[in-house]
Design a protein around this ligand. Structure first.
Ligand code: RIB
Ligand code: CA
Length: 312
């Protein structure tokens, strides 16, 4: 069983990731920690509760997290994810209650109670994790692994020439986390921007999903409309969108669908165009940076099919 603590900024692709994880029999979502990004941390926590309701997921701790980066102010991605983070789809109010703990404190409580038990999956800015590290420098040894959606190695960025939104949204946090000694796997734009969910996939899903998943599928179809539009305007994609956050979950449970290369890696924290850029050093006698596992290839179609299958 993969016991996951998912830290996310529940937007459209985060919600598909949560649904996929919630439906997988070999995943237990043990807790969800929210963070600002696609929307505010509060909105992300509310969205998480509503999304888990769609599949009747058991009552698990859901905490509200940090609402701004370690340095500077937050900006949200309403142009991509709508004003409420989930494509302006109105879902029913949830009866779940937020954890009284912050995301940082919930994360620390859980990993201290069950050291080595949880895999930490981050799908947004790494702000919560960086603050948790300040309180508990042993955090990298208390979790099994860190798998994160973020950054890019060779593919162009989505908020700068080589900068991706999750890392660019809090470069200092990412720099602290990726130099702290986690066994870390990066799932970045090299593979997420090139893995596509298509309108045909959605039509197929609508036709083939099982009854208990109908509400979730209807939500996805509605929420993804604006997301498809944005990706058409921003990247020229036609009738499809990239698969960012769900791919990090696929790599967590089906790593054989990807190829990982380990390289010394470093996050730039400064520079008008470079803050948030992940650099790898491939020189034989290069910098002595901590090694990062970078997923640089995936079987795109099998990954998408792995996600869709869970709804059927
Ligand atoms: O760059 C894509 C990432 O930024 C995804 O995690 C998306 O949800 C946003 O957080
Ligand atoms: Ca996200």
């Amino acid at each position: 069983m993969n016991r996951l603590i998912i830290d996310c900024d529940t937007g459209i692709d985060d919600s598909l990731a949560l649904l996929f994880a919630g439906l997988r029999k070999d995943i237990e979502i043990s807790a969800v920690c929210s963070v600002f990004g696609n929307c505010s941390a509060h909105q992300a926590a509310i969205n998480t509760m509503k999304i888990l309701d769609l599949i009747d997921y058991p009552d698990i701790p859901i905490a509200e997290g940090e609402n701004k980066p370690l340095v500077g102010e937050a900006s949200y991605a309403a142009n991509v994810h709508g004003n409420n983070g989930i494509g302006d789809v109105e879902l029913p109010e949830s009866r779940r209650e937020l954890s009284p703990l912050s995301s940082v404190d919930l994360l620390l409580k859980m990993v201290r109670e069950n050291p080595g038990e949880y895999t930490l999956v981050t799908l947004g800015r790494m702000t919560n994790v960086a603050l948790a590290l300040e309180k508990e420098p042993e955090l990298p040894r208390l979790v099994r692994k860190l798998i994160f959606m973020g950054g890019t190695i060779y593919h162009e960025g989505n908020v700068g020439p080589f900068v991706e939104a999750n890392i660019g949204g809090d470069p200092l946090a990412a720099s602290k986390v990726l130099s702290a000694g986690f066994d870390a796997i990066q799932v970045g734009l090299d593979v997420t921007q090139t893995t596509h969910l298509t309108t045909d996939d959605l039509r197929w899903l609508k036709k083939n999903c099982r009854r208990e998943c109908e509400a979730a599928v209807d939500y996805l179809i509605e929420a993804l409309k604006g997301y498809f539009r944005f990706n058409h305007e921003a990247s020229g994609m036609v009738d499809c969108c990239p698969v960012h956050d769900p791919l990090a979950l696929v790599m967590t449970v089906a790593p054989e669908l990807g190829e990982v290369e380990y390289w010394p890696a470093h996050v730039e924290t400064e520079g008008r165009y470079t803050a948030g850029q992940i650099l790898i050093d491939k020189r034989l006698h290069g910098e002595n940076w901590p090694k990062l596992g970078c997923v640089l290839k995936v079987d795109h179609r099998k990954c998408v099919e792995t996600i869709l299958r869970e709804f059927c």
